[in-house]
Design a protein around this ligand. Sequence first.
Ligand code: SF4
Ligand code: SF4
Length: 408
Amino acid sequence: MLYREMGKTGDKVSILGFGCMRFQEINGRIDGQQTERQLLQAIDSGVNYFDTAYVYHGGKSESFLGEVFSKGIRNSVKIATKLPTYLVQSRRGMDEVLETQLKRLKTDRIDYYLLHMLTDFASWEKMKRLGILDFLQKAKLDGKIIYTGFSFHGDRENFKLIVDDYDWDMCQIQYNYLDEYYQAGTEGLKYAASKGLGVVVMEPLRGGRLVGRIPMEVEKIWSRAEIQRTPAEWALRWVWDHPEVTMLLSGMNEEAHISENIRIAGEAYPNSLPKEELAVVNRVKEVYQNLLKVGCTGCRYCMPCPSGVDIPNCLGIYNDKHLFQTKRTKIHYFLMTSGLVGGVPTYASRCIGCGKCEKVCPQHIEIRRHLKDVARTMEYPAMKQLTGLIHWGIKGYDLVKKRKNSFD
Ligand code: SF4
Ligand code: SF4
């Protein structure tokens, strides 16, 4: 494992951080045994930074880390968690959230305390009006917070304004080879680093879009490259190649991925990719830029939708249709959104246009407009009737089964 300094704090942190928002679940609950094993696997291999948030896994991510770290591990790891700026409405609310987090995490201090999801300078100003400066100062004096930071999902200019407006120790930005000029981007990354902030990168694989099933054109480019790497390794190495990046977070939940990431993190020195290899990544980037329709990362911040639309699923399948140019995506869309699988229909045309989702989407996606497109191109004219019939059939079957059971 390689380590870099977290900006002016001087803390030596592993260049691979464990993102704690995608633990494996069984029936909606964190799979405790497996997740604990994975956390220990990472710690044994040198990972010393764990990133969670008040809202991850409905609050259970923090509690789970608290359980594991209280078994004699706490002092060998750094915990980063976040104040939900979109939920907190008062100065007192900030204290309440922090106290809850300390209890959940079974600790007396948070090493890195971030304001979660600032989207522009106005969102930072709002927090100032609510008393965030007093809150941070007091919490630091009391030793409950060691270092401060913020996670960001807005444009570059607003990012710089926030960087300059407080004595931050670190920040967290979205960064990967598709997002060089998006949100804070390379310019924001360099700016924050030049001001002494540690920079933690989230979404290095663009919510998994850059790995797994990849378009044929992209596959061809990777396979013709002189050096053979997996798509994940190319993407991670590209991020780590930037000396201004302190670490990247990976939402790991499979042992094989953890092992692979740890191996790569042992070799990823800054400025180590030669220009020929960077050119290969650039060619892949061009292909994606031509094919991707919607920049959804699948983070699910927009969920639940009051009308029952599974927004990331609809947008994901829609993207797949353009990435892979296959006719089968329409059938897949029907299977995944008609309610045939989950029991509840979640297709795009259920959207009533309330706009709730767009207010929280960190990628600023015009969700309503895209859902209209999804409905127009992916839904069969008879889809609603067919879905209605299926549900009528399922209900009828359940009723018959119930009656039969009551006679048995
Ligand atoms: S705009 Fe549509 S998709 Fe978004 S929350 Fe409202 S109903 Fe759901
Ligand atoms: S639409 Fe936005 S908020 Fe919803 S999953 Fe995609 S990126 Fe996340």
